[in-house]
Design a protein around this ligand. Structure first.
Ligand code: F6P
Length: 548
């Protein structure tokens, strides 16, 4: 297939943008009373309003033509059929099997993987039941009070984000902590105040070879053994989540205490697998299953709904519209829900590690933009930090606003105030304020004509800043599962349009290799040859300051 940016469908969208850039959303709403009604969609407890986007029915028609030119439906079929669409690693991409609550067969290499998935889920259920009931005790017979998940990237961000999001469902009896950074501060500060006799470590690593995780795991083991002074204690205080049995065993963890997953589960798509063990420990197995159910509901929608009514497809295409035709370079995720404070960080890995690619599936260098920078913070804090630039800066920043109608904490009028801000921001971003409106306001405030003219340009908001709004009744395990799966399939949609492999991550390898080389030199006390002058000088300075 030719590069997508060489197709007539792409060129039609380029031309269309030249027309659309002259329109204002105010006018689009004024001319089209049904716009908001038409441009909304509800699936799996998620209610999407996409009417505040810089688009018309014609834009959507052209974007859908582009999706057809990229054979999006064909790729969806290949995805769910377990074909090895991760071409560089020759792997299937089948994290949907992990949450396939229908239990219909899902096949990789001719084998239905559902019995494997269900087998591990049954082991998780048993183990979680034992730990939460107190039947599983530490080496000295005491009940587990704290779980420390040691993992990084996909083996950390997903479970950490979900545990924060579901904090109202978390047990007070069992606290769950996350250590990811190889910076000793992270481990030391987490372990401070924990009791080795009542602490359980979950060592989570798909490969069981990641430097940060292995270093933290070894130090955690030292911490435990320094207190309990019996190597037999490891079996009661360490469990592993991995695809690599040999390495788990070599580390000293009994493989009876290992929860397996498979190479068709990408790290950043793995929270649905045994990587979700800390989630199940925190909220209970039943709630974990509800999370899977929410994601499954979106999978079924993604798999079966026509492209024009397919929520992740529409969101993906709208993102393509901004990235490739309107020149947007970033995408903001703005949860109006404190529990979703880690969602932007989670999506940074999900989106940027997936779609931060510069060559197509066939290795050809792309001529079009791919994944945007994804970023965000919860409202309302963000309003008092960076929203100024979204409103009046020179860049176009499409944003997703996410909120729930009901809070888990009914406290006075906090929640209505929170959501009033959410709706006000999207309205302000869309409408803006014209020069005449700014002048009228200033005059009404009694300012002189001279002051009105001086101040009015600063108080103009161009508006026309696009947003999606996603609402749910309440943030529950089910709606959270649906929300995460929605973003996963949005990422997939965009990867297909851009013609890239969203499921490898070679870009993180070079730094890892060089870090290995430099570590050897730091241990040897001198910078080796072959570095550039800047790196050499930095290493020498470091060694000097460190006191080599
Ligand atoms: O950052 C690169 C990466 O390979 C991620 O894709 C992955 O989630 C993370 O490292 C951790 O890998 P592992 O689970 O194998 O320790």
């Amino acid at each position: 297939m030719s590069m997508i940016s060489h197709t007539p469908q792409w060129q039609a969208l380029q031309q269309h943008w030249e027309e659309m850039r002259e329109h204002h959303l105010r006018t689009l709403f004024a001319r089209d009373p049904d716009r908001a009604e038409r441009m909304r969609l509800s699936v799996a407890g998620l209610h999407l309003d996409y009417s505040k986007n810089l688009l018309t029915d014609e834009t959507l028609r052209l974007l859908l033509e582009l999706a057809r030119a990229a054979d999006l439906s064909g790729w969806q079929t290949r995805l769910y059929d377990g074909e090895p669409i991760n071409v560089t690693e020759q792997r299937a991409v089948l994290h949907m099997a992990l949450r396939n609550r229908s239990n219909r067969p899902m096949v990789v290499d001719g084998e239905d993987v559902m019995p494997l998935v269900n087998g591990v889920l049954a082991r998780i259920e048993r183990f979680v039941g034992e730990v939460r009931s107190g039947a599983w005790t530490g080496h000295t017979g005491r009940r587990i009070s704290d779980v420390v998940n040691i993992g990084i990237g996909g083996s950390n961000l997903g479970p950490k984000m979900v545990c924060a999001a579901l904090s109202p469902y978390c047990s007070d009896q069992l606290r769950v902590h996350f250590v990811s950074n190889v910076d000793a501060t992270h481990l030391v500060e987490t372990l401070r105040g924990l009791d080795p006799e009542t602490t359980l470590f979950v060592i989570a690593s798909k490969t069981f070879s990641t430097q940060e995780t292995m270093t933290n795991a070894a130090s955690a083991r030292d911490w435990l053994l320094a207190a309990l002074d019996d190597s037999g204690a490891v079996a009661r205080h360490f469990v592993a989540v991995s695809t690599n049995t040999e390495r788990v065993s070599a580390f000293g963890i009994d493989t009876a205490n290992m929860f397996e997953f498979w190479d068709w589960v990408g790290g950043r798509y793995s929270l649905w697998s045994a990587i979700g063990l800390p989630i199940a420990l925190a909220v209970g197995f039943e709630r974990f299953v509800e999370l899977l159910e929410g994601a499954h509901a979106i999978d079924e929608h993604h798999r079966t709904a026509p492209l024009e009514r397919n929520m992740p497809v529409l969101l993906g295409l709208i993102g393509v519209w901004y990235a490739n035709f309107a020149g947007a370079r970033t995408h903001a995720v703005l949860p109006y829900d404190q529990s979703l404070r880690l969602l932007p960080a989670y999506l940074q890995q999900g989106d940027m590690e997936s779609n931060g690619k510069r060559v197509g599936r066939d290795g050809e260098t792309l001529e079009h933009t791919t994944g945007p920078v994804v970023w965000g913070e919860p409202g309302t804090d963000g309003q008092h930090a960076f929203y100024q630039l979204i409103h009046q800066g020179t860049q176009l920043i499409p944003a997703d606003f996410i909120g729930a109608a009901r809070s888990h904490h009914e406290l006075g009028d906090h929640h209505d105030k929170l959501m009033a801000n959410c709706f006000a921001q999207t309205e302000a971003l869309m409408r803006g304020r014209t020069l005449d409106e700014a002048r009228a306001e200033l005059r009404a405030a009694g300012l002189s004509d001279e002051r009105v003219e001086a101040l009015a340009p600063h108080r103009v908001f161009p508006g026309n800043r696009p947003t999606n709004t996603l609402l749910m009744e309440r943030l529950t395990p089910f709606t959270l599962g649906a929300l995460i799966a929605l973003y996963e399939h949005r990422i997939f949609t965009q990867g297909v349009i851009w013609g890239i492999n969203s499921f490898d991550q070679w870009g993180v390898e070079l730094g890892k290799q060089l870090a290995g080389v430099i570590l050897g030199e730091l241990e040897g006390g001198s910078a080796g040859e072959g570095h550039d002058a800047s790196t050499c000088a930095l290493l020498e300075t470091y060694l000097h300051l460190r006191g080599a």
